[in-house]
Design a protein around this ligand. Sequence first.
Ligand SMILES: Cc1ncc(COP(=O)(O)O)c(C=O)c1O
Length: 370
Amino acid sequence: MTGEPLRESPARTAARIDLSAVRHNVRTLIGRAGGARLMAVVKADAYGHGAVEVARAALSAGADSLAVVTAEEGAELRDAGIGAPVLVFTDLLPEKLALAASRGLTVTAHSPQSARRIAAVPGLRAHLKVNTGMNRWGVAPDEVGEARRVLGDRLTGVYTHLACADSDPEDSGSTRRQLALFEEVLDAGSFAGLTVHAANSAGTLWHPRSRYDLVRPGVAIYGMHPQGDEGDPHEEGLRPVMSLVSYVADTRRLEPGDGVSYGLTFRAEEPMYAATVPAGYAEGYRRTLSNAGVAIVRGERRPVLGRVTMDAMVLGVDGVVEVGDEVVLVGEQAGERVGAEELGRLAGTINYEITTGVNPRRVERIYIGR
Ligand SMILES: Cc1ncc(COP(=O)(O)O)c(C=O)c1O
């Protein structure tokens, strides 16, 4: 932690990914799922954690299937030798349907037209997504019958997505309305024997009625809180998976009136020290953390001074901090913690965007807990 540390990575900033935490979170979520099976959502390179490694860990802990958003994300899992069922959530262009079929992916039908495109590809299987109020993707309830007929025995599942399961677990009016409409659709159609699902992480944790045959958590698998910019994942029995770690690359003393970084938007009011950290928005440390972010050095929380730049940012420190000291941008050090929830709030975003935005071309992933 001090002096010339044993750096785990030659990268300027590294993401430590704890696969034992992935396994712990999957088991915890299965324990909360009331007997439902678990599909691990590993889209967007597993929310920035690395899809192949996370998928393997999740499957080894009891997940029985995976979900992605593009056919290429599914193909990456197949290329790594992962044979578990993979569902693609979004509507795919016809040429991508062929890729999905060739890699044994299950796709999603979002309309009668999308069902026809799927039915035209030999061997391709689909789940039908029903729009029950999120109004982003999904077939309208009054077109479900038509889409269902078009798909025939290609259809293996039916699902919906909840808009507000995370907002307020106590006031679940809109979730109840969505689930009631979903159940009306299920009752009216012929879906016997198909896999029925609705629950994201928030549904899995807080809305028992949404669990049906299978739950589809994403963010909770990564040990983050579904409320995004608040909440403590530990209180839900979850363990954060990613720590983002950098180091002090330079230090300097500031005199009263000295400014820091582009625009000199921070000015020292008294003599103080500044530490330069080689993590900027190219690494995924968001520019909205300018004069707002906080990081841990030598077990103490330190403020971001001035603007976060593309390649570096500056922390306010004391004279004891040395070049080489470890800087924890997300995670824990010596009992202090900056969660992705807190950093998301400070950045004006949510934990999902903090980890998904970490740039793997700049930030090496170091897997531990295999
Ligand atoms: C259809 C669908 N299901 C499940 C999830 C997982 O959501 P969460 O990460 O909130 O658990 C997502 C993520 O956006 C999704 O689009």
